[in-house]
Ligand binder design. Structure first.
Ligand code: FAD
Length: 510
């Protein structure tokens, strides 16, 4: 088997599929794509309605946070895909670019290339927007962005009508100049099936390129550093250990594994590494820090007045981005989000009606200010990560989330939903004080699955990568995945991860 490549890409997730596919378009460039998991063989992965059943299966890394003091000391499950396609094989398929202003901090961290205008070419290169109503197709990217129309559930239509009656504008999609408003989610679905990033970017004709080698069930344990260069990757496949070499190494292992792999290799904060017995090869303070994630309150549940038809999409059919201080705002950066789920949806320990007899409005904040960290618990691959997002440690986050829950209840109580609503089940029909709402939020809040920021791009000393996403201190090691985001955009982050990977691949820094 070949052991030397021009480029080695670690992780065939959302970003890794894009990078490997784009770089191997150049037939003169040999690309090795190394993935810890296998091919996506479970037929449930392709069924959009089954995404909530996937966590916990063999292809989930199944991470858990440490107990979170501001969420009633709960431990939170963090599913992550461990297979070709990565977390795009598990995700909920909602495609949201984000609000243009979300990317101003990215511009500040890395220049115009990372502004919304700079990323636009990357978004467009990836997208093919399919309008279900007309069948029209805009763009010739490999990733279908499906705009559903008549499939949208009637409960979701009523929820959007409630928003509009309260003054929330209607928008065409989450991917235009304004994000505040109501619309159905755009989805990465093709012909009724999930379209993972592997489906989109690594179809057979790409995998058959002679200059692209995909190694599945190969786990990268360590980067071997020699002076200012990454010299090799130490990789475990079954009971075999071997080294692979390349001129350039690109980490696309995601916001949890990219910083962990760096730290296992001695790249990180001196004190953090020496505490767990890892020798320092490159001192870089920010590795594993700046962890951020979106949260959702699970949820504001309503017993239905009549049977709700099952979702024909993926249950959570409409994100509604809002300004919590003015529901009639028509522009600007949203601070909260609601999501209408065509099912009862609650945290552990709560009793809720059966499927078909309830709907839920989830709510969250778009720009959390709480910051946490990922740390290794030891030097070995088998030592589990310590994941501490410090959820809701910021008072600003707690106040904004309270405002989000109040807004969800305002929308849920609106007459436009009266055909479907019997009674509010959670938190309940009565009035709640701020203290009551905080307690409910602490017991019900859950990840929206968007960890990011743990190898952040920036100019400061403790930033991990520079504007070319090159690891500071090493000439030929790059990080290209959700971990380099300096700050989360408003919405789910798969679209921006793909645009980031497209943008970096077009730059192709040597
Ligand atoms: C349940 C769930 C629902 C979500 N819903 C949405 C949604 O609706 N919309 C949205 O935009 N986003 C959603 N997301 C988030 C989105 O999927 C991720 O943010 C995105 O996929 C991250 O891409 P990535 O390339 O950074 O990492 P990943 O896609 O996680 O890829 C990392 C890859 O690296 C591999 N890897 C890691 N370590 C190693 C190693 N040491 N050696 C070899 N390989 C390794 C992993 O197995 C994986 O394949 C959701 C995520 C989850 C889990």
């Amino acid at each position: 088997m070949r052991e030397r490549f021009d480029v080695l890409v670690v992780g065939a997730g959302s970003a890794g599929c894009v990078v490997a596919s784009r770089l191997s378009e150049d037939a003169a460039c040999s690309v090795g794509l190394i993935e810890a998991g296998g091919m996506p063989e479970d037929p449930d992965i392709a069924d959009p309605a089954k995404w909530t059943a996937l966590p916990g299966r063999a292809f989930d890394w199944a991470y858990r946070t440490v107990p979170q003091p501001f969420t009633a000391n709960r431990v939170h499950d963090w599913p992550r895909g461990r297979l070709v396609g990565g977390s795009s094989c598990l995700h909920a398929m909602a495609y949201v670019r984000g609000h243009p202003s979300d990317f101003e901090p990215w511009r500040a961290a890395g220049g115009d290339r990372w502004s919304y205008e700079g990323l636009l070419a990357g978004f467009r290169r990836s997208e093919a927007v399919i309008d279900a109503a007309t069948g029209s197709r805009e763009g010739d990217g490999p990733l279908d962005v499906y705009l559903p129309t008549e499939q949208v559930n009637p409960v979701v239509r009523a929820y959007m009508a409630a928003g509009n009656a309260l003054g929330v504008p209607r928008i065409e999609s989450h991917n235009g100049p304004e994000l505040i408003g109501t619309c159905a989610n755009a989805l990465n679905i093709r012909k009724g099936r999930r379209l993972s990033l592997a489906d989109a970017y690594l179809p057979d004709e790409v995998l058959q390129r002679p200059n692209l080698t995909l190694l599945t069930d190969h786990l990268v344990e360590r980067i071997v550093v020699d002076g200012s260069r990454a010299r090799a990757l130490e990789v475990i496949a079954g009971d075999r250990r071997q080294q692979f070499h390349a001129d350039r190494v690109v980490l696309c292992a995601g916001a949890i594994e990219s910083p962990l792999l760096l730290m296992r290799s001695g790249i990180g904060n001196k004190d953090v590494l020496s505490d767990v017995g890892i020798d320092v090869t490159v001192e870089r303070n920010g590795v594993g820090a700046n962890l951020q994630d979106h949260l959702l309150v699970m949820g504001n549940v309503y017993r239905s007045a009549r049977k709700i038809p099952p979702s024909r999409l993926q249950h959570s059919e409409s994100l509604m981005y809002l300004d919590s201080t003015d529901l009639t705002a028509t522009s600007g950066r949203p601070d909260i989000v609601l999501a209408c789920v065509v099912a009862p949806s609650a945290a552990e320990g709560f009793h809720i009606p059966e499927y078909g007899q309830a709907f839920t409005i989830l709510c969250g904040i778009t720009h959390p200010t709480s910051r946490g960290r990922i740390l290794p618990s030891g030097p070995r691959l088998s030592d589990p990560p310590i994941i501490d997002p410090e959820y809701l440690s910021s008072e600003q986050d707690r106040a904004t989330l309270r405002a989000a829950l109040r807004t969800a209840r305002t929308v849920g109580a609106h007459p436009a939903l009266s055909e479907w609503r019997d009674a509010e089940v959670l938190p309940g029909p009565q009035k709640f004080s701020d203290v009551d709402l905080d307690a409910f939020i602490a017991q019900t809040v859950s990840t929206h699955h968007h960890p990011a920021g743990t190898c952040r791009m920036g100019n400061e000393d403790d930033a991990v990568v520079d504007a070319e996403l090159r690891l500071k201190g090493l000439q030929n090691l790059f990080v290209v995945d959700a971990s380099v985001m300096p700050i989360l955009p408003s919405g789910p982050i798969n679209a921006s991860t793909v645009a980031l990977a497209e943008t970096w691949s077009a730059l192709d820094p040597k």
